[in-house]
Design a protein around this ligand. Structure first.
Ligand SMILES: Cc1ncc(COP(=O)(O)O)c(C=O)c1O
Length: 397
């Protein structure tokens, strides 16, 4: 039987890892895989997480199941981190939530739950969107459509084109939005855009589904969710999938949270039972470990300060790499305009160069990035900025 299942092509981004690893060039630069790296190219365990691990190890006295919702303090902490301490929906008890295996788990449980609303809903994703969105949404039983988002001429969002599409949507539509630090483009919605999306959602009745995997890595923990909080204040119903992979550095611990805002406490209880039921049928319960650590970090003032400081330092480093790269590009009078690099947010940037130029940078300079020209800005360091700018000059003229 198994001969019917053919080997699938390798994930192109994972293929880049192997190519990079085997490249003997001492100047090689890895801008492919989307993990945060420090100046030495290392993805370190955050200090607050290290401390929380020690505390957890010394206090955990059982490995028994913790229940379908996951670590309750973690779920409450993430709800507050995203929606804010003064969220009306939270104080009304109208928000359901569950710990999930990473942000991917939150996306999958969220979409599978929405699938229970009926057969005729369509999910709209930004063009382009993160590579794993469409497979996850389709595996949850939905068709996907794309709304215009990225403007290749400016490197920013083409909101008028996006709005034109949103204006045509209604109650049978779900709109997936990136909470901040859009992956793959780095082109973010402004607060005014979020206000307009909220107006559209209220008027037309589509369900906003926010994926937030980089809170704190753009303009800061609070600023990065200003738009999401506004949306939450305006609409009755929305879904949020959150990931602790990047902002807590918990990648392999698979730590995420699904949040469902409903109209009132009674509906929230119903949704709580639904999301737990979807999770139960998939993997029963989420791994707990990362949730314990995040709960400790968020609830202990010292650990929280340490975490926020380190996260701010990471975001500042990414911003200064953006500025440094642009300055080096400008010094070389590269023909193409790259000003958008400093206007984009978070770890990613679409360089807006062709696949041929991407390959040229790889073949001649050992600079590795996705064929789409998405770079992980955190993969840069101060000593390679000039080298990357040289390669861009050679590729673009
Ligand atoms: C846009 C976006 N959403 C969700 C995730 C989920 O990540 P994880 O499942 O590793 O927490 C990622 C990770 O790269 C992402 O970029």
């Amino acid at each position: 039987m198994f001969e019917r299942l053919k080997a699938l092509p390798a994930d192109p981004l994972l293929g880049l890892i192997t190519l990079y690893r085997d490249d003997p060039n001492p100047n090689k630069v890895d801008l492919g895989v989307g993990v945060y790296r420090d100046e030495q190219g290392h993805t370190a365990i955050m200090k607050a997480i290290q401390q929380a691990q020690k505390t957890h190890l010394s206090t955990e006295d059982s490995k028994t199941y913790i229940g379908p919702m996951g670590v309750p303090g973690f779920v409450d902490g993430i709800k507050k981190l995203i929606l804010g301490e003064s969220s009306k929906a939270l104080s009304a008890g109208a928000v359901a939530g569950i710990q999930t295996p990473g942000g991917c788990g939150a996306l999958r449980v969220g979409f599978e739950t929405l699938r229970r609303l009926g057969d005729d809903l369509t999910v709209w994703v930004s063009d382009p969107t993160w590579a794993n969105h469409i497979p996850t949404i389709r595996a949850s039983g939905f068709e996907t459509q794309a709304y215009p988002y990225f403007d290749a001429n400016t490197g920013l969002v083409n909101y008028e084109a996006m709005d034109e599409q949103l204006a045509k949507l209604g109650k049978d539509d779900i709109v997936l939005l990136h909470g901040c630090c859009h992956n793959p483009t780095g082109a973010d919605l402004s607060f005014e855009h979020w206000q307009r999306i909220a107006e559209r959602a209220v008027k037309q009745g589509f369900i906003p589904f926010v994926d937030i995997a980089y809170q704190g890595l753009g303009d800061g923990l609070e600023s990065d969710v200003k738009g999401v909080r506004h949306l939450s204040e305006q609409v009755d119903e929305m879904v949020i999938a959150s990931s602790c992979s990047k902002n807590f550095g918990l990648y392999r611990e698979r730590t995420g949270c699904l949040i469902v805002q409903t109209e009132n406490q009674e509906r929230s209880a119903a949704l709580q039972s639904q999301i737990q039921d979807v999770a139960r049928a998939n993997y029963s319960m989420s791994p707990a470990y990362g949730g314990f650590l995040v709960d400790l970090v968020l609830s202990s003032p010292d650990l929280r300060t340490s975490w926020e400081d380190e996260l701010n330092a990471m975001a500042t480093r990414v911003k200064s790499l953006r500025e440094g790269l642009l300055a080096e590009i400008k010094q070389r009078n590269v023909s193409q305009d790259f000003d958008f690099i400093t206007q984009q947010k978070g770890m990613f940037s679409y360089l807006n160069i062709t696949k041929e130029q991407v390959r040229q940078m790889r073949d001649e300079f050992s600079i590795y990035m996705a064929d789409s020209s998405r770079i992980n800005v955190a993969g840069l360091n101060l000593s390679c900025l000039g080298y990357v700018a040289d390669a861009l000059k050679k590729a673009c003229g």
